[in-house]
Design a protein around this ligand. Sequence first.
Ligand code: URP
Ligand code: ZN
Ligand code: ZN
Ligand code: ZN
Length: 471
Amino acid sequence: MAKIIQNGTIVTAADVSRADLLIENGIVTAIGSDLLRLAPQAEVIDAAGCYLFPGGVDPHTHLDMPFGGTITADDFETGTIAAAYGGTTTIIDFCLTVKGKPLSSAIRTWHEKARAKAVIDYGFHLMISEITDEVLEELPAIINDEGITSFKVFMAYKNVLQADDGILYRTLLSAKEHGALVMVHAENGDVIDYLIRQALAAGHTEPIYHALTRPSVLEGEATGRAVRLTGLADSQLYVVHVTCEEAVRQIADGRLEGLRVWGETCPQYLLLDISYLEKPDFEGAKYVWSPPLRAKEHQEALWNALKNGQLQTVGSDQCSFNFSGQKELGLGDFSKIPNGGPIIEDRFSLLYSEGVEKGRLGLSQFVDIIATRAAKLFGIFPQKGTIAVGSDADIVIFDPTVKRVISSETHHMNVDYNPFEGIAVTGVPVSVLSRGEFIIRDQQFVGTPGRGNYLRRNKFGNTSDSLSEKG
Ligand code: URP
Ligand code: ZN
Ligand code: ZN
Ligand code: ZN
């Protein structure tokens, strides 16, 4: 049935306006006033006092992923339900390939993980664990047939996922030729590997050494290398999970020179700092990400970079492991702590509360960072990432006055802690629609697992204005 959302304030990356929305067959079909004239039978939803945001697009999740000798605590059901509660209606998850096996078999596996479980729409990036001639030959078919138009290359995780510079360069060339965006995990894995071995040999086993063996200069160095190789290849690059001033500077320099490079940061780097890794009783393990949390001064650099456009997106890097039994794999050896944390649910609210509410970001800028820019860069705009006639009716009805405190007691992720425990946020997604259907109604989940659709994404630079997104 048609729906009309009345009395809300529509916010897009371009503007803020008081208007009503007509939704038919999952699509926004009119924006204006007196819409009952067009659809007299429509269900009317009152959104007075609320913002209508496009559903969040989270470009960086790891659901149901084997990593560090275990498997993430959230799968496509718990993870996407939590995302929905948090106002995210689209994710792009990393399909992990297996060394020696064709890429297509990993993609099949990821479809099987998601199909019956996802409650929101989803696409895949490919996370390439080993890049060989065969893999490079398979890429064009993956781009054209599967609609997977972005690939992550690792400059860290030596002997596990790390690619050398030659491989990164060849991937950049291939991406340029076939219309894909290369994503990079930029840390100098060789030096980190040495620092880790040295720390362990000296008997330093606690979580804080995870951060101390991955200094920010090594992220800055790898980011600069990736940016320069992108320039040489005349290709395009998206730097995931940027944590520090050094890396921001490299991306900003490249962009000033006109290179096609973009950067993502994550809520954990904006809000938490290295001191969390020093929590006693191994609790520091809850705060182990790669790259690691940094000294506090980097947070201001990241906020400034978002504000002035040097960084363009905020992903969650959702990669949840229980403290009990999973993070604990690293008791006695920090290098065995599974990396990652549960963020998918709170990404949207944290960025609103810490960004808009605290005066660091404007409303339209918030929408650009949380939804629009990722949709453009990853080939799903304007189907996703905006509120416009013809776009999917993925809408967050957001009450900016309600306050809540983040806690693992009340979150919906399948994990036994929340890294933002006790942090108060202002603003909640009261109701969330995905393709015109309520999936959250009055803060209750009303969707069904398996309703999420797979998104075949457009090639980089092929749609709308992904290339005009350089500004
Ligand atoms: O610590 C992190 N980021 N875990 C997830 C894997 C990755 O590198 O994105
Ligand atoms: Zn990474
Ligand atoms: Zn620094
Ligand atoms: Zn990640």
